[in-house]
Design a protein around this ligand. Structure first.
Ligand code: C2E
Ligand code: MG
Ligand code: MG
Length: 727
């Protein structure tokens, strides 16, 4: 169709000049130009030379009739093939109409001509032929596009029947040589598909998914895609079919082979889940495997174990032999681990591999149960655990495997491993906890001297948890008034009088009840809380001593334990002094018990502190004497007034002759240095008799009195002498 700016040109071929004139007139009325031909031959010539947009041609003409001219024009490939030709036939000449179409006419007008509508008729034919021309171009383009892409395409109706099928270019397949499996899918062809139902062409489950999506596409008019896998040439091939609605009842499907993409994805997946150094699964892979195992075990009511292995002193190997050797070692370690957890070993049932697991799959599974988390940390998952011992067995095998020397670059390298084990469901029921606990247990194994395997028991966490809880509680204990003192009497052996008491602190815990100082004093020292607690003990004890003095009882010496931390506190002498001043206690009546360790720690600073304390005038004694290391001569320099023999020496008396000898020697030496001796932990009559015989100055222990409240001591003070044996 000529564009609007351009008038269309019609070739009018008729031997009758009157007819031609009338036709020209009618065409001009609708805005069309015309050229004239007086016979068929001339029409053919003009059609070729002038390329009219339409030809209006009479059937009966001299030289060459309309049919022949029409055929001749159609034969002209340069353009005549497509130009619309309207034949003018005799009124009721049906034969002529048929011949006209056979000759290639587009349409016909019969005589007598209805002149008023002729122009419009011509316009209509022009427009229709223009639309056909455009359609032809679009169709050619579509075919070109479809030929250019490798995809297969098909048209399908809403019921799932193929209306059209155009196979894509088949890619050459590497797997072609692989034997074809029975269930493999033959390549599709148009013949195999057109007119058939999709479920006769594709495996039923795939066909069902495709039909479901087809319905969705027609309903929503949106593009949907379906991925599926077919076995072809003996290998799995992956496809993606994209479905587009082309009408309310038809879809166009484009099927693409995405096998290559799938392979790349798999490769990426491997990279993401594989430790690049050793080739075994990495942390991510392990965590996902663990999660799967967890779900499986929860459902199946099964147990499993997580082993966490860390090489002892790997850092040293790296530092001394270099990272290359370190890397090499890790590779061999992972190989040995893989061998150690071979399926027959790992299946912790102890029996042989059960028949229903193909050896290959089992090997693959077991390989994925091993992982390198990073550095020299490896983990092993032991599924289907029946007894804890099996996990310990595997740990033992791993340990043994590590102990064999590693030969790297001519060096024999010896390593050991520490292993921690956590159990599902005993220790936890989520992956993070189980891994963390295995790690904790591994640290515990290291602390227990390396080359060790330890089970994580909940008690280990309980220990840590309660430690933390205790610390929180201890911080509040002072202000909540939860601490209190007990006093244990010290008896002068010769006069058999109570000459002093030792203040021993207790903690009345709101939930746990009474807690021993052996549990919370180390914690107080660790956290520095010992300083305020120690000061409170000192003041309370001084207060009590002063109270006993005031109430007309005997002047008792009050012994207070000082921990090393307190001793190092530069304010110590100030604290002691103000406690004495505030309570009005005579410094001579305050005894400070130090341990040998405290004194030997930092001799110079110690000397200065001791000098300050000496000047204040307090009485110094060495607690738990004999358990630490110190020389008598050294002690002399510190102006120590008394030694308290540790109760471990007194314990076995009188039978234990060795301890008896030590006790006697300590007493003799102390006396040589003008120091008094207190025996601790005296529990029996015989012990007391023996100590008296050795010349021990004072005794303390359950035989004479348990640590007791101030009130009890007050009552006891008068009576104590009476209960003592007279010897
Ligand atoms: P320690 O200073 O050697 O105190 C003597 C410990 O021996 C006390 O334990 C006492 O109850 C126990 N004991 C006394 N007689 C006997 C006996 O005949 N047999 C046996 N088996 N044990 C006896 P306790 O009260 O549990 O105190 C333990 C340790 O806690 C004390 O050992 C001391 O080192 C420390 N401690 C107690 N109170 C304080 C304090 O206020 N400050 C500091 N820094 N340490 C304290
Ligand atoms: Mg003591
Ligand atoms: Mg002691």
């Amino acid at each position: 169709m000529p564009s609007s700016s351009q008038r269309g040109v019609v070739l009018v071929a008729d031997d009758d000049p009157v007819m031609r004139m009338l036709m020209l007139e009618m065409l001009a009325q609708v805005g069309l130009d015309a050229i004239e031909a007086a016979d068929g031959a001339q029409a053919v010539q003009l059609a070729r030379e002038r390329r009219p947009d339409l030809i209006l041609m009479d059937v009966e003409m001299p030289h060459m009739d309309g049919f022949a001219a029409c055929r001749a024009i159609r034969r002209d490939e340069a353009g005549g093939a497509l130009v619309p030709i309207v034949m003018v036939t005799g009124g009721d000449d049906i034969e002529a109409v048929t011949s006209a179409y056979e000759a290639g006419a587009t349409d016909f007008v019969s005589k007598p001509i209805n002149w008023p509508i002729l122009g419009h008729r011509v316009l209509y034919v022009l427009r229709a032929s223009d639309a056909i021309a455009r359609l032809r171009i679009a169709d050619a383009q579509n075919r070109a596009v479809l030929a250019a892409i490798p995809d297969t395409f098909f048209r399908m109706n809403r019921d799932g029947f193929y209306l059209d099928y155009e196979p894509g270019h088949e890619r050459p397949h590497r797997e072609r040589s692989v034997r074809a499996a029975d269930h493999e899918q033959a390549p599709f062809s148009s013949d195999r598909c057109i007119g058939r139902h999709i479920s006769d062409v594709l495996p039923r489950p795939i066909a069902a998914r495709m039909l479901e999506q087809l319905g969705e596409v027609l309903r929503t008019q949106e593009i949907r895609s379906v991925e599926y896998e077919l076995i072809r040439f003996g290998a799995a091939q992956h496809f993606e079919a994209r479905l587009v609605a082309t009408s309310p009842s038809e879809v166009l499907g484009l099927v693409r082979d995405i096998s290559e993409r799938k392979r790349t994805e798999e490769q990426i997946r491997r990279l993401a889940y594989c430790d690049s150094l050793t080739g075994i699964p990495n942390r991510q892979a392990f965590l996902e495997n663990l999660e799967r195992e967890l779900q499986r075990s929860k459902i199946g009511n099964k147990k499993f174990a997580v082993l966490f292995m860390d090489l002892d002193a790997f850092k040293r190997i790296n530092d001394t032999l270099g990272h290359n050797v370190g890397d090499h070692l890790l590779k061999i370690v992972s190989e040995r681990l893989r061998d150690t957890i071979r399926p027959s070993d790992l299946l912790s049932r102890g029996e042989a591999v059960s028949g229903d697991i193909a050896p290959d799959t089992a090997a693959e599974d077991s390989a994925s149960n091993l992982a390198r988390l990073g550095g020299d940390e490896f983990t092993i998952l032991i599924p289907d655990l029946e007894r804890v011992e099996h996990a310990l067995n595997v740990a033992h095998r791993v340990k043994e495997a590590m102990r064999r020397p590693f030969l790297i670059d001519g060096n024999e390298i010896f390593v050991t491993a520490s292993i921690g084990i956590s159990l599902f469901p005993e220790d936890g029921d989520d992956c993070n906890s189980l891994l963390k606990y295995a790690d904790t247990a591994m640290y515990h194994a290291k602390n227990c001297g390396k080359n060790n395997a330890k089970l994580y028991s909940s008690s280990l966490t309980m220990q840590i948890m309660s430690h933390v809880k205790l610390e929180v509680g201890l911080r509040k204990a002072l202000q909540n008034d939860e601490l209190y003192l007990l006093y244990q009497p010290q008896l002068d052996v010769r006069s058999q009088e109570v000459v002093g008491v030792e203040a021993l602190v207790r903690w009345r815990h709101p939930e746990r009840g009474i807690i021993s100082p052996t549990e919370f004093i180390p914690l107080a020292e660790e956290t520095g809380l010992i300083v305020p607690i120690g000061e409170w003990v000192l003041r309370t004890a001084c207060n009590q001593a002063r109270a006993w003095q005031r109430h007309g009882r005997r002047a008792l010496r009050m012994a207070v334990n000082l921990s090393a931390k307190q001793f190092k506190d530069e304010n110590l002498s100030q604290i002691v002094l103000s406690a004495l001043i505030d309570t009005g206690l005579d410094p001579k009546l305050l005894e400070l018990e130090l341990t040998e360790g405290t004194l030997m720690d930092d001799a110079l600073a110690t000397l200065a502190t001791l000098e300050q304390l000496r000047r204040i005038g307090v009485y110094l004694s060495i607690d738990d004497f004999g358990t630490g290391y110190s020389s008598m001569n050294y002690l002399k320099r510190f102006d120590v007034r008394a030694l308290k023999i540790d109760r471990s020496f007194i314990n076995g008396l009188p039978q234990d002759s060795e301890n008896a000898a030590i006790t006697r020697a300590i007493i003799a030496m102390a006396h040589g240095l003008k120091m008094a001796v207190v025996a601790e932990g005296v529990e029996t009559d015989e012990q007391l008799v023996l100590l008296e015989e050795y010349g021990c100055d004072m005794v303390q222990g359950y035989f004479l009195g348990h640590p007791s409240t101030a009130d009890t001591i007050t009552q006891m003070l008068g009576k104590l002498r009476l209960v003592l044996p007279s010897g």
